[in-house]
Design a protein around this ligand. Sequence first.
Ligand code: KIV
Ligand code: ZN
Length: 516
Amino acid sequence: MPNDRRPIYIFDTTLRDGEQSPGASLTPEEKLDIARQLERLHVDVIEAGFPASSPGEMRAVDMIAREIRGPVICGLSRMLPTDIDACRQALEKARKKRLHVFLATSQIHRQYKLKKDKREILGMVSKNICSARKDFEQIEFSPEDASRTEPKFLAEVVRAAMEAGATSVNIPDTVGYAVPREFSELIHFLIKKNPALGKKIILSVHCHNDLGMAVANSLAAVLAGANQVECTINGIGERAGNASLEEIVMAIDTRKDFVGCRTGIRLKEIMKSSRLVSSLTGMVVQPNKAIVGRNAFSHESGIHQDGVLKKRQTYEIMDPKRIGWVGNQLLLGKLSGRHAFLERVKKLGFSLSSADLDRAFKRFKDLADKKKYVFDEDIESILENDMAKFPMAWKLESMKVHCETSKQPHALIRLSHENQRFEAESDGTGPVDACYKAVEKIVKSGGRLAHYGIQSITSGIDAQGEVIVKLQVGSNEVTGRGTSTDIIEASVKAYLFALNKIAARFMSGPSVQSSL
Ligand code: KIV
Ligand code: ZN
């Protein structure tokens, strides 16, 4: 990478602000899986969570801090000694760590939320940052709701944070209210008042997408001199989400002629990161989403197709291969052997134990019997979704579903659990409902289905369906995934996956029956 372009640090907050998306809750183990992928993606900073918010968050940040060695690991904290202490504990084992403290500064937040005046805000910023310095070399300060704060007061707060020892200052557009020119002017103004920003002190921006301008505002800030962008994979986050990492990174890369900046992101890992976050959070990527949506590189119009065939660049400003798009690449079929399968698994970036390889190969063979073409996406779904890292105690033995116009669908489900067999039948409002009711008659988890989503993994009438469910049992919520060429079977598998995960994570005994 030529180094005449200005470096922009990528601060990924998928595991903190991203996880604040409604329904996107992740277990500590799932957060660690995503953190491993973010390390492969080469982000500069991983905001791993908010340790003071719950014991699960504390454990997740601690697990990530112990294992991830490349990026800086960051923990979020309010301006409270107890929160700062929780970050100190959670980040203790990190090789490189950062404390991220925030305090609201806008008039509306000062008056109604904090009930504090400007002088008190300045005092809290100086005192807490100063005292955190004994435990942290890197301290990031965010004046929450910065874009609605009086610019002169904002510059004063930023100065107080810098004088107290903040090493990065982050300017959040917390409610997604800014427009690009205005946000750019704010960044220029802050740099004018505090010239170390964007040089000795990292100047970061953190934009929300309420008006659909998070990426545009972040880019405007970069052009104005910011040198760090906070963003999330697939743009997930509180309400309408955060600036999307893949869009920012590809805008900086594709328009380097104009932007004059670079990031250290490994572009080839973008698609894989997007798929992993979507499958673990259960948040499906909209087909027309820039960069990572299924249609992002499809050309429907004949004129466009003709142009692309003659010269790709006529209608494509990015080469999809650079971000790890394999498209519907034809891969293996039912005659493919174990060796060819292993080679493809390695090429997709997975390394499996020999027992896992045996299981994955068997799943691949079953799939190849049902499906004419097995694509890379199918193999990835086997490796990511079906290779559960916990015992699949409840297994689907068989199912029979009857649907007929103007009659209630009916399901007969047979499950096994530790060599015992169970059978139940039920009607339902639809075939999936009938199956879930029959499963519940056997398992009696008392779980509530908080979310059900379905998408096809590849194109074609024989494509596999991927079902993602969120199941709430007591105070625990987990995500379950199931794939199959039969979408009703995929639905049952997703439900059982969630039940088995709950049993493995939260229960001491092997059974999940009624005790849940
Ligand atoms: O949006 C926001 O203001 C935040 C801060 C904690 C940085 O997420
Ligand atoms: Zn935010």
